[in-house]
Design a protein around this ligand. Structure first.
Ligand SMILES: Cc1cc2nc3c(=O)[nH]c(=O)nc-3n(C[C@H](O)[C@H](O)[C@H](O)COP(=O)(O)OP(=O)(O)OC[C@H]3O[C@@H](n4cnc5c(N)ncnc54)[C@H](O)[C@@H]3O)c2cc1C
Length: 265
């Protein structure tokens, strides 16, 4: 199962998406359009697709979530390689693809609410999973190198990484408990997402300081793996909603700060 939200002109501005789902007289749909940056999109059997069912101007009010089989005529997938070479992402093209009405999730034109509900789990649960992977990277790095006070730059980088991870762990464990208790955490998970980006990037930046140029230039599989991880950590401030967008959500919906340009301070 993959997640088909982003499009070429609709990433941060998701409500601008243009993939269309047109209903026939029986309420079944035909989908046409393009998705991009779909994780595991080359291999997934199905995609949870957000499509426009309202007018072009309807923004978030005219979107519907539906499950679409990817192994059917009219679907074309093109893999996109990550910076490290792994083909983990894909762009997916839909040409008049049939979707039964019982594959709609939630209400027709009610897809925005479904997407926002899903995103709180993506930013909460996923942050916990990545936190565990990032903690094991830090541990592995410290086992394969001798970090001492003799290299103050490496020591500072490791200290920063450790603090970022500790903050992420404290935050996400509390978020997970709320989600498990079916409490709606909504935009609060933007804080988890920001802490996740910092932790992943601080830990992998520390690997450059600790493991040194060997990681940048070495030919051994061990070096290539650390390089892959470093590249992937750059994406953590983009996937699931870019860092700047999380800042805006926190400013608007959690802190209630005045909008930019409104004259307030
Ligand atoms: C590894 C990876 C996996 C992904 N997996 C999926 C997936 O499975 N399914 C899916 O649907 N999508 C996926 N995405 C896409 C991801 O959600 C988008 O890349 C992200 O939402 C940003 O959209 P964009 O790439 O169009 O960038 P843009 O929206 O064009 O943003 C570009 C830059 O401009 C900034 N910016 C844009 N608007 C504003 C604003 N209003 N205020 C301040 N700054 C702004 C952004 O912060 C960013 O730095 C994935 C992305 C990556 C990197």
């Amino acid at each position: 199962m993959s997640q088909g939200f982003s499009e070429p002109e609709a990433g941060s501005d998701l409500a601008a998406l243009r993939t269309r789902a047109v209903a026939d007289a029986d309420g079944n749909f035909r989908v046409s359009g393009q998705k991009i940056w779909t994780s595991y999109g080359s291999r997934a059997d199905e995609i949870m697709l957000l499509a426009r069912t309202g007018t072009a101007e309807s923004r978030h009010r005219g979107l519907t979530m539906m499950l679409v089989d990817l192994d059917q005529p009219g679907v074309e997938r093109r893999p996109i390689a990550l910076a490290a070479g792994r083909e983990e992402l894909a762009e997916i093209f839909f040409s008049d693809v049939p979707v039964d009405r019982d594959r709609v999730i939630g209400a027709v034109d009610g897809g925005w609410g479904v997407a926002m509900d899903l995103l709180q789990y993506e930013r909460g649960n996923y942050a916990w999973m990545r936190m565990a992977a990032t903690a094991s990277h830090l541990q592995e790095m410290l086992q394969s190198a001798n970090v001492s006070g003799a290299d103050p730059l490496a020591a500072v980088a490791v200290g920063r990484a450790y603090l970022s991870l500790a903050a992420l762990r404290a935050r996400t464990s509390s978020t997970l408990r709320k989600l498990a208790a079916h409490e709606a955490v909504g935009s609060q998970t933007s804080v988890d997402k920001l802490l996740l980006s910092s932790a992943e990037q601080d830990v992998l930046d520390a690997s450059l300081a600790v493991l040194d140029t060997q990681v940048l230039l070495g030919d051994e599989p061990h070096d290539a793996r650390w390089r892959d991880e470093w590249w992937y950590s750059r994406a953590s401030s983009v996937y699931g909603g870019a860092r700047e967008i999380q800042h805006s959500i926190i400013a608007d919906r959690i802190l209630g700060l005045p909008k930019e340009g409104s004259g307030g301070r």
